[in-house]
Every structure is written in C-alpha cells, then in structure tokens.
Design a protein around this ligand. Sequence first.
Ligand code: FE2
Length: 313
Amino acid sequence: MAITGVLRPGHVQIRVLEMGPALKHYTQVLGLREVARDDKTSRVFLKAWDEHDHHSVVLREAEEAGMDRMGWKVDSPATLKRLAADIEKSGLCTELGWIDAGEQPGTGQMFRFTIPTGHVMELYAERTRLGNNCGTAGEDVNPDPWPDGQTGISPSRFDHCLLYGDDLDGTVKLFTEVLGFGMAERVMAGPDLIGAFLSCSNKAHDVAFIRQPVKGKFHHASFLLGSWEQVLRAGDILSRTKTSIDIGPTRHGITRGETIYFFDPSGNRNEVFAGGYSYYPDKPAITWHADDLGPAIFYHDRKLNEAFLSVFT
Ligand code: FE2
C-alpha cells in the first residue's frame, strides 16, 4: 500500500526555559541546523540534515518545559480538509480550529486539535522545501550520500514522540479509526491497554502513548541514526559534552530499536535511535504484558529505570 493520508511526524514544538543553552544543545550536541527565528513568539526553527522540508523542531522559550504540540504532514490540501472534517465528526477532540498559513515559517494552513490524552496536534499539507544538500535542493543533482558540515550527533531526521496521558483508549481510537494509523505494538495490563505504538508509515512507530494519570505530558522526542555504531558514538558525544544521559546505549524490546535517552538543559528528554523493523499495515500487533514491562522498554537491563515512568515534562 502506498503511504497516503498522514505521511509522517512533521514537527514538534518544545518549550525550553532558556533559549541560549537550549540552542547550544540542539545545534551543537544533537546537531540540528537552525533555519529561522521568530522573535515575536520567542521561537527558533531547526531541521535535521536529511529532511527536505523547512523545519521539524521548533524551540519556544517559556516558563515551563514540555511539548506545545506535534505536527503531522499529510499528502495534500484535499486530505487536510477531509481529515479535519473526520476529526470534527468523530467527537473525540476538543479545541479544534484552523490556523492561518504562516503561523510557522514556510507552512500552509494547519488544522489544530486537542486529542483525548490532552496533547495538541496539528495537520498541515504544505511546507517550503529546503532540501538536504544531497539531491533535493533546486538544481542539486548527482548527490553525495551525506552533506559537509555536520556537527554533533547529527541524526538524519525527527522520527517520533512518546507521550503520556490518561485517555489512551480515546487517543488510540482517534489515531486508528480516524487518522488511519496501525497498531504495531501494545502493552496490556490485564484487559487494559496501557501502551500503544502507532505507525502511519513503514516505520515501527511514528508516535507512542503510555497511559499515565496526567494530561498532555511529553516523554521524549526521538531522532533517527543509521546504525548501532552511531548510537554508541552519540553516547561518546553526550559524555564528552557532559550532557545528562538517562539510559543507554541499549536496546528497546518494543520496536527492537537501539537507543540512548538524554536530557536537554530544560529537562526535556531526547532520544537518538537506530534499527527497528519495517512495518506494513497487515502486520499483526505485538503484545507485551505490563508485568514484564522491563525487557519491553530496556531489553538488556530487563527492568525500567526509575526515571522512565516518573520523569517527563
Ligand atoms: Fe522513542
């Protein structure tokens, strides 16, 4: 099946306490590239090297850390209109509304809504293309496999978020029945769903939710690397720069991804990861039981660390 409808996670807007240290972290340690600033809204826009669109990470200076919202690129303006109507009709979301083009630089009209777990999502169809300096910018042909001038960890793209919230059933219903996602993996506590790993593409997950008695909380934003060796190198860079590491390098049982979790200077968790399997919509969902959650999350340690469930923004 061709990837249609919702294509991918397009952006995450993260609140940071002080823009200076945050920018140093996201550009020099993580290695994203700054592409634009909006001083009126205290925001800086960044992209990873292998993304073609204008930006994927938005940092906003604020009093409290966390995630403002997550954006999804859809395949066309017609799909944007159709999904907006379907979301409205579903009755699952609150605070729905259209956002004028230009609220984010280079970005067309967006449809914004709050999902049952309390997270603000937005769909958009159009964003200026900057290219990756490897074949997708203007007259750029016969490309090299990677561009010059990479700094820090330098992931190829923003990949997914893991989010905490209360009404997991409502959010899963929205993503699977309205937005067209598939359930790649789930965590069950008896008859209750407590974790959902959802894909709109060929990836093992594009977003994941864990049931927690909170609304709209942010566990991490994750960025893609090409190999386990690059995850190990990321660990070296994080240690060299005295960045606060949460756990890893290790492997997730869920998705099989190789991972390292760490924190930005405001306490927002980041992940860089590699691997995982290819997802197709006809793949049966994998089930994990909550009484053996340790290896599902951290396959080598076989137990959760203290921070996994208790530290989020
Ligand atoms: Fe993750």
